[in-house]
Write a protein that binds this ligand. Structure first.
Ligand SMILES: Cc1cc2nc3c(=O)[nH]c(=O)nc-3n(C[C@H](O)[C@H](O)[C@H](O)COP(=O)(O)OP(=O)(O)OC[C@H]3O[C@@H](n4cnc5c(N)ncnc54)[C@H](O)[C@@H]3O)c2cc1C
Length: 495
């Protein structure tokens, strides 16, 4: 077969298979991928033009208008990994054509929805398959569902839901993509009450390595339905859209409290005690942060799906420990609270590590946190460094660990520690930030479990297979072997 007839064959095979029920790997009869092509640099200009012809969306190449901006990941730490080309997909067919083309030309690929991967995994030197323009969100009020394309952002999702006063649990960063958020779990201030983002998933569509498009539900491709609920982005194919079950929401009691750091361990211990017996309708994020110059602060932020009087009662023992420097406890609509929680992280460079805590957070652990944050060396990034602790449990913990790919069901807290800097900082400042983060993680190790959150993916995570997927890893690997035996969707910490 000549190259061009082979390409035609591959295209028509992919199209035919999309509508058929062929076994997952039979659609595109491409050879196993060679590992030769580490970049897309060897691909001919003709081939790139052909990709352009196949897509309804644009293909951006280095130097073209829009390329530089479109290639940038949210975490600028990984901005040096630039793609040979960017497929700006306008719909599912574009995604499929891009996957088939990349496979056919042996070009490495990465999918991007919102581009917020902590570890920069939606970057590649090959073909970046960008779903960022696929952002439509449609609510079906009668069915009690919302259909979001993978490139929709938290902000677009909430905006579509608000007129109906229904919600799903989603994140607090306005620009995080639903694609990455849902595939790795997805938590926010409603998760103890409503479950994780992925817990309300009822259907998704996936473009596989072979170019098939699968509709995936509990009954259709149940193994993939299991794997895509917590198995992490970038592993099994490219999800183009997600249908979630919605829940009605109305008003909440909101709290936002700030104390001086001298109260840190005592206040945090009181918050930990409060959350131990709290109703699942109460959420809590406690944090301690520093910019390396001013005195650190301790914060507590959350909401209660319930009356403010009940919220005050729940918070009373915490407020009795120390008087906050700033305090807001008030009734808000769900949507006002969501706006209050929205946090625009500066778009720059950062590193994040995470650990789940099982059992109570001890006084010693909180002491390590308080001392560690005080040692933060500082940088020119306004976000500085620190620790955030998100209360787990509630509805999150009501799903058995093996029922979906998201194994972290029985934790009490998710702990995230981060350091940030900017391009203006010297190498030694960056090194000091990373040393601080690594040292902090080591000090905390005796106080946390070995598990970590796959959506806070960290290139230096020890034993990441166990940390992110625990006892679910083997089953995930088996699904992966079946759906993508040639490892087309591959990255450093890919299943
Ligand atoms: C500022 C900030 C705030 C955050 N806040 C929260 C929060 O409140 N709650 C929370 O749970 N998480 C939060 N996260 C983490 C976030 O959930 C993950 O980083 C998530 O993976 C981002 O999704 P994305 O689509 O924006 O990222 P991307 O970088 O586009 O994708 C992440 C990974 O998924 C793959 N991928 C992307 N799209 C697809 C697709 N359609 N199909 C298959 N694979 C795909 C990518 O290749 C990459 O490996 C936050 C992250 C940041 C940077």
């Amino acid at each position: 077969m000549t190259a061009s007839t082979r390409r035609q064959f591959l295209r028509s095979a992919a199209a035919a298979a999309a509508a058929s029920q062929l076994p997952l790997q039979q659609a595109v009869a491409a050879p196993a991928r060679s590992r030769r092509a580490a970049t897309g640099a060897r691909v001919s200009e003709r081939a790139w033009r052909e990709l352009e012809r196949r897509l309804r969306g644009r293909v951006l190449r280095p130097g073209e208008a829009g390329y530089a901006r479109a290639s940038l990941p949210f975490n600028r730490r990984y901005a040096d990994t630039t793609p040979a080309g960017i497929a700006r997909c306008t719909g599912e067919d574009d995604v499929r054509e891009a996957v088939v083309w990349a496979r056919e030309h042996d070009v490495p690929l990465a999918a991007r929805s919102g581009g917020h991967s902590y570890a920069g995994y939606s970057t590649t030197r090959g073909l970046l398959i960008d779903l960022g323009a696929m952002r439509s969100v449609r609510v079906d009020d009668e069915a009690g569902t919302v259909l979001a394309q993978a490139g929709a952002r938290n902000t677009g999702l909430y905006a579509a839901l608000q007129p109906y006063d229904v919600a799903i649990s989603a994140g607090r960063c306005p620009t995080v993509g639903i694609g990455g958020l849902a595939l790795g779990g997805g938590f926010g201030f409603s998760s103890r009450a409503l479950g994780l983002t992925r817990d309300s998933l009822v259907e998704t569509r996936l473009v596989t390595a072979s170019g098939r498009i699968l509709r995936i539900t509990r009954d259709r491709h149940p193994d993939l339905f299991w794997a895509l609920r917590g198995g992490g982005g970038g592993n099994f194919g490219i999800s183009t859209q997600f249908r979630f079950r919605t829940s009605p929401v109305s008003s909440v009691g909101l709290y936002d409290l700030t104390w001086d750091a001298e109260h840190a361990p005592k206040v945090m211990l009181a918050l930990e005690t409060m959350m131990r017996d709290a109703p699942h309708t109460l959420s809590c994020r406690m944090g301690m942060g520093s910019n390396g110059r001013d005195a650190p602060t301790v914060t507590a932020l959350g909401q209660l799906f319930g009356p403010v009087a009940q919220l005050r009662e729940l918070l009373a023992p915490v407020l009795a420990v120390a008087r906050p420097r700033r305090s807001l406890i008030a009734r808000r609509t769900f949507w006002q609270a969501k706006d209050h929680f929205f946090h625009n992280t500066p778009v720059d460079r950062f590193a994040v590590k995470s650990s789940f805590v099982e059992g109570p957070l001890t006084e010693q652990a909180l002491d390590v946190i308080a001392r560690g944050v005080r040692r933060y060396p500082g940088s020119t990034n306004a976000d500085g460094g620190g620790v955030a602790l998100y209360a787990w449990g509630g509805r999150i913990g009501r799903v058995p660990a093996g029922a979906t790919a998201f194994v972290h069901r029985h934790a009490s807290w998710l702990m995230a520690y981060d350091a940030s800097w900017t391009a203006r900082d010297s190498r030694s400042t960056v090194a000091r930030n990373l040393d601080w983060l690594g040292g902090f993680a080591e000090e905390l190790r005796p106080h946390v479990s070995g598990s970590a959150y796959q959506n806070f993916i960290d290139r230096s995570q020890r034993d990441w297979r166990r940390a992110y997927y625990g006892s679910n890893f083997e089953r995930l690997a088996a699904v992966k072997r079946r759906v993508d035996p040639d490892d087309l969707f591959s990255f450093r910490q890919g299943v």
